[in-house]
Design a protein around this ligand. Structure first.
Ligand SMILES: [Ca+2]
Ligand SMILES: [Ca+2]
Length: 177
């Protein structure tokens, strides 16, 4: 009888451990960039794992809140064969400037990340266009890629050259938001 008891013990322990194992789900989330401009496409992606193994065909829900706490996007998708999911949405022309919260959920498991919508011309990504942005653009003025004073952030119109066009954009947005 005692021998049967010892045989059943592992089964008993296994049944005890099952409820605890639900906490082994893990959901990751990231955006393709940290900073965006209005009307840019935002790509959100991540993976769902259980004890580090990918979990496929599971529903993932997404919500995105703007700096005012308003929900600007919601969606649902399923994890693929590698346990990964993705969402894409485009920021509207009137998107609020500032920090956005991206939250993903699968049942009771959730995670979140942030991204920032910048004013065009905010070349140092500090949330406003001011003298620092003008100074940085001046320092990179006249440069193109691979030049010592090249600063990709100052190439505001992304034409491969920091020139009067970029300077004009920075000055036009001076003081925003
Ligand atoms: Ca700035
Ligand atoms: Ca340029």
């Amino acid at each position: 009888m005692r021998a049967i008891g010892w045989l059943l013990l592992p089964l008993f322990l296994t049944s005890l451990s099952l409820p605890l194992s639900t906490s082994s789900f893990y959901l990751t989330v990231k955006t393709d960039k940290l900073y965006y401009l209005r009307m840019e496409k935002v790509e959100v992606s991540g993976c769902l794992t259980y004890n580090s193994w990918p979990v496929q065909s599971q529903g993932i829900s997404l919500s995105v809140l703007n700096p005012l706490g308003q929900c600007i996007f919601i969606g649902t998708n399923q994890t693929d064969s590698e346990g990964c999911y993705s969402f894409t949405f485009v920021l509207v022309a009137e998107a609020e400037y500032g920090s956005y919260t991206v939250r993903v959920n699968h049942l009771s498991v959730s995670n979140y990340t942030f991204f920032t919508v910048l004013v065009v011309g905010d070349v140092n990504c500090d949330g406003k266009v001011d003298l620092k942005d003008v100074a940085l653009t001046s320092a990179a003025y006249g440069s193109c890629k691979d030049w010592p004073c090249w600063n990709a952030c100052c190439d505001v119109n992304k034409d491969g050259l920091v020139d009067l066009r970029d300077f004009f954009i920075v000055c036009t947005n001076y003081g925003k938001p």
